[in-house]
Write a protein that binds this ligand. Structure first.
Ligand code: NZQ
Ligand code: ZN
Length: 383
């Protein structure tokens, strides 16, 4: 296990009715900008709860942050902040709204020429406006991490800085009851692949991180299908919500090698073809497992045994079974597991490879040895 320093400063308010907690967590003297998406919060009672909690605060709102948040939309919020003097941001929604708010917080304080360089050039973020969030879609872990993904046209890029880590996050599972089955499935699958990106690499004597990761995977395998079958079961929603947060709050990622190939290729699928983030991952991950099985053999066998109880047969047989079980789980969650499932084929691979090249994705994976040629092979294995 490598040395590490770990701190997660996000204060979590978990449970029904916890949106009320924002009243005391946001300093009274702040001018708050509530940022949200297309309006789901106005249909599921979340907006009214936020309004009630901010009854003693000076606040305004900015709506319209789209799924896969677009730079141009976010910059409109930056203009509003500068014109009207907001100094605290409250994101209310899923990963897109929270990521968009993180970028807005950084861009509003950015001294450079073009805030897009925070993403395109990975310019350091010296400061950002304080932000917090009310999560309504368990998936990304953005509610308590320092990452954000923003698009500008077909370019979908990420940046990470502790400066945009939410000060607090409200996780009320009842807010997720209004999610469509599609979004419920997306959230479970995104969280599953977050764990795999930090787990399915090579053995690093990280017994805490491994068993924690395996427990998160088992939760998602057990609870994910239940969330589709019995959508009103709040106990199921509560465990999925907390599992998704734990899947990408830094804890299972400390001191271990991390992959993220599936995500980097997935971002190109979303950027070029508009496929939901999670559905790009369920297409790409099985291909990464197949193509990189030699590099990943040790952890694939551990994954087979500890997650699926597979310990009979040759190494190859066990690995084949573990990959098959993973695909079967994705199918149970009703997400695509191949490029052909989303009507993409060989002709599209050139577009995706060119996109990876444009974004400098030439040395991916836990060993930095996945070249453009290897990514092409992964995409061909995903056909
Ligand atoms: O527009 P709104 O009203 O927010 O509606 C959203 C949107 O249409 C809707 N929704 C959210 N909560 C709802 C709801 N509908 C009904 N009831 C609710 N309670 O669901 C749709 C999708 O929302 P979105 O926020 O886009 O989904 P998700 O949370 O999956 O976020 C995806 C984004 O997160 C990024 C992805 O790249 C993508 O842009 N990611 C962020 C990460 C991070 N910051 O660490 C890591 C992830 O790997 C991921 O890349
Ligand atoms: Zn993800």
């Amino acid at each position: 296990m490598d040395k590490f320093t770990y701190q997660n400063p996000t204060r979590i308010h978990f449970g029904e009715g916890q949106i009320a907690a924002i009243a005391s967590d946001i300093p009274q003297d702040k001018k708050v900008l509530v940022i949200y998406g297309g309006g789901s919060i106005k249909k599921n009672g979340v907006y009214e709860q936020v309004e009630a909690a901010l009854s003693e605060h000076n606040w305004g709102e900015f709506s319209g942050v789209e799924p896969n948040p677009q730079y141009d939309t976010l910059m409109k919020a930056v203009e509003k902040i500068k014109a009207e003097g907001f100094d605290f941001l409250l994101a209310v929604g899923g990963g897109s709204v929270i990521d968009g708010t993180k970028f807005i917080a950084a861009a509003a304080a950015y001294q450079g020429e073009d805030p897009w360089n925070i993403l395109a050039q990975q310019h350091p973020v010296e400061s950002a406006l304080p932000l917090a969030c009310v999560l309504t879609l368990p998936a990304t872990g953005s509610e308590s991490n320092m990452g954000s993904v923003v698009s500008r046209g077909k370019d979908k890029l990420a940046f990470m800085t502790p400066k945009v880590q939410p000060l607090f996050a409200v996780l009320d599972p009842t807010t997720t009851l209004s999610l469509s089955p599609r979004q419920v499935a997306n959230g479970v699958v995104d969280a599953y692949v977050h764990v795999m990106e930090q787990y399915l690499t090579f053995p690093a004597n990280a017994k805490v991180q491994d068993r924690f990761a395996e427990g998160l995977l088992l939760n998602l395998i057990e609870e994910g299908p239940k969330a589709l079958a019995t959508p009103d079961d709040l106990d199921v929603r509560a465990n999925i919500m907390w599992t998704a947060t734990q899947a990408l709050n830094g804890l299972i990622g400390v001191g271990v090698p991390q992959d993220w190939t599936t995500h980097m290729i997935g971002h190109e699928l979303t950027g070029n073809y508009g496929i939901d983030h999670a559905r790009t991952l369920s297409i790409v991950l099985p291909a990464v497992m197949k193509e990189r099985r030699a590099d990943k053999e040790g952890k694939l066998l551990q994954y087979a045994e500890r997650v699926f109880g597979i310990n009979e047969g040759s190494s190859d047989e066990r690995i084949d079974q573990a990959i098959a079980k993973t695909i079967a789980f994705f199918k149970q969650m009703e997400v695509p597991t191949s490029l052909s499932d989303v009507k993409l084929g060989t002709a599209d691979i050139d577009t995706l490879v060119a996109s990876l090249e444009k974004h400098g994705m030439k040395a991916l994976g836990e060993r930095g040895n996945i070249t453009i040629k290897d990514s092409r092979a992964i995409l061909e294995a995903a056909l």
